[in-house]
Design a protein around this ligand. Sequence first.
Ligand code: ATP
Ligand code: MG
Length: 398
Amino acid sequence: MPSIIVHYQEIALKGKNRSWFMGRLVRNLRQAVAGLDVRAVRSLMGRIELVLGPGATREQVGDRIRRTFGVANFSYAARTPLDLDALTAAILRDLEGRTPSSFRVSVKRADKRFPMTSPQIEREVGGRIQEARGWRVDLENAELAIHVELLTTEAFYFFGKERGPGGLPTGTAGRVLCLLSGGIDSPVAAHRMMKRGCAVTFVHFHSYPILSRASIEKARQLVTLLTEWQHRSRLYLVPFGDIQQQVLLTVPGPMRVIVYRRLMLRIAEAIAQTRRAQAIVTGDVVGQVASQTLENLAVVGHVATLPLFRPLIGMDKEEITAEAIRLGTFPISIIPDQDCCTLFTPRNPQTRARLADIEAAEAALPIDALVDAAVRDAALEEFEFPVAMIGLKAEVKA
Ligand code: ATP
Ligand code: MG
């Protein structure tokens, strides 16, 4: 049966936690290929083998592996007995019909007991292929790279390698909570944290029914897409309109966006506690919009008690947009919606908020009660990949 051989890189460096990282990556790969005809996913002397059944196509399985963090690269492989005659014959058979202008053979021995060194095997197998086909050997820029990996009783060979997404296996770094708007930035910020091994829980604030449901639907679509990278997600949909109406009564217009953001952060932290999330993530970028001056970021961040991560902080919009396009979130993010942050706010919000002024403006608000009510009224939705969305769950109990 054909196999896919997965190589990991960074986790190989993780010292004494290595077997735990490996176990997690194997588990994540199993989850990633759920529903496909993959007969086994197993760790094999420094690489992971996925054994494909006849019902699975390489493309299907490759597509899932491409979205599994921790994978450095992968290849479609075949196996032979640990014997150079059998190996060379199998490679030549598989290369039938190919006419590369140059090739090279790279050998790795997982089990060093094989009586020849890797360079010796490369020369031997390479020589036989050259003799049989007459192709030119090019060690630097070969058109066809033939990889051979020798284990204890068998060998794998494969042609070329496909890049994986890199990063660390999802879940190995703990949980974070991401404030997900319907915009371009926050989904990219969430994805970056996933890449570093974080499991991400999502919170979206909306002003339905004062504004349309568009932002809720966008948040759902974004989480559906991002769940392909972590397999399970929770989205908390927090009604924010009532809170905004209260803010309207006591907080001067130019300060409202800052106060909204501080309330969002407090509510997000309360939800983070119920999920044992260890940090909050936003898509903030210095200077991108009026609410993102250093002064305002500081005044907003002041209410945080958990670490507040802003992974895009120093990026250009162009760079973030390019990443959103690659990720596939961009077309969802640009669907028109009504951003709850602009509700009841003037066109020119304060750009240099002062903490004392904001705190004074907030003094008239029943902050704790607002936060408790928001957490209580949040609706929880769960998402799963590859399985479809489970559906609306019961309201969150505070
Ligand atoms: P984005 O593209 O992520 O919306 P932006 O450039 O539009 O970012 P802002 O709208 O100022 O910037 O939002 C900054 C950050 O605040 C967002 O990246 C997100 O993390 C958080 N945020 C803003 N609005 C919401 C919301 N309605 N629900 C959840 N988080 C939000
Ligand atoms: Mg936004």
